[in-house]
Ligand binder design. Structure first.
Ligand code: C2E
Ligand code: CA
Ligand code: CA
Ligand code: CA
Length: 280
């Protein structure tokens, strides 16, 4: 970046205008994404640390843009939240995830089960009819609510307590709630005992700090203690190395996900990893 006199700044500001125009164009294209069938879901396995068995899949959305190719959520979720399109996108994601995972459940050997974990934006939590909308999707797809986990971030719940009765209604139907990126939203410890939460997802920055020493495990250890006292389940995120998995197992974590096990996968690849009838 050149900052040689006035010209440098003029050039910079022309670039900024161009970036803004591109962002506005992208936000406009986004309106077509659901009606034109341009959204895709990837599924990242969640495994039991003790056995490596698949216990769940987290759905992660992608946008197959007609000109720009495959876009990650960081490229379009913020715009979707600003324009309100996130409600339409979120409804599509939930319906598609339930349809797909319901199909996989029917392929599992007797006695095996899996759940699907679906991300909800803070904007979706503001919908006054959120519970009704989720229940309508479950009804339409015939999906068992006990095999659905909704992932929300702690700040969303603390900022907007109006979502709490909606989530409580969903929990009465068997849907479970996970606090995503747990530990990164410092303010919520104060409310944790009163929030409708079933699962804590330890953020991957704390998994990164694991180094075989007590200090490195400080937050991971505090979160597992918290989960035990509050009778919540745990998922550790972002496991990239076997040593991290070993340490998390020793700390008492039950489930985990991360590149060490699998990247987010297209449906056919996740399907190929399902436990089969006849295998152990
Ligand atoms: P998240 O919910 O925390 O999802 C985990 C993200 O971490 C995913 O990125 C995943 O690919 C990545 N990840 C998984 N394992 C590892 C690992 O071992 N190492 C590292 N470095 N990264 C790992 P992705 O798919 O790009 O999603 C980013 C974020 O976008 C998600 O973060 C979530 O907040 C949001 N998102 C994704 N799908 C949806 C959706 O359907 N609806 C909404 N509202 N948000 C979504
Ligand atoms: Ca998540
Ligand atoms: Ca997360
Ligand atoms: Ca995240």
């Amino acid at each position: 970046a050149k900052r040689s006199g006035t010209l440098g700044w003029v050039m910079y500001s022309a670039e900024a205008v161009e970036a803004e125009r591109a962002a506005a164009a992208l936000a406009e294209d986004l309106a077509a994404a659901v009606p034109e069938g341009q959204l895709r879901l990837l599924y990242q396995p969640i495994v039991a640390l003790a056995t490596g068995d698949l216990v769940a899949a987290e759905s992660l959305v992608r946008w197959q843009h007609p000109r720009l190719g495959l876009l990650g959520p960081d490229k379009f979720i913020p715009a979707a939240e600003r324009t309100g399109l996130i409600n339409e996108i979120g409804a599509w994601v939930l319906g598609e995830a339930c349809r797909q995972v319901g199909q996989w459940q029917a392929m599992l050997p007797p006695g095996r089960s899996m759940y699907v974990s679906v991300n909800l934006s803070p904007v979706q939590l503001e919908q006054p009819d959120l519970a009704a909308a989720v229940l309508a999707v479950l009804d339409r797809t015939g999906y068992d609510p006990r095999n659905l986990v909704l992932e929300i971030t702690e700040s969303a719940l603390v900022d907007d307590r109006s979502a709490v009765p909606q989530l409580e209604e969903l929990r009465r139907h068997g849907v479970r709630i996970a606090l995503d990126d747990f530990g990164t939203g410092y303010s919520s410890l104060r409310y944790l005992t009163r929030l409708p939460v079933d699962i804590l997802k330890l953020d991957r920055c704390f998994v990164n700090e694991l180094n075989g020493e007590r200090e490195g495990a400080a937050v991971a250890e505090a979160v597992i203690r918290l989960s035990q006292i509050l009778h919540m389940d745990t998922v550790a995120e972002g496991i990239e190395h076997e040593a991290q998995a070993t340490e998390l197992t020793l700390l008492g974590y039950r489930n985990a996900q991360g590149y060490f096990y699998a990247r987010p996968l297209p449906p056919a690849e996740l399907e190929a990893r399902l436990p089969r009838v006849g295998s152990a």
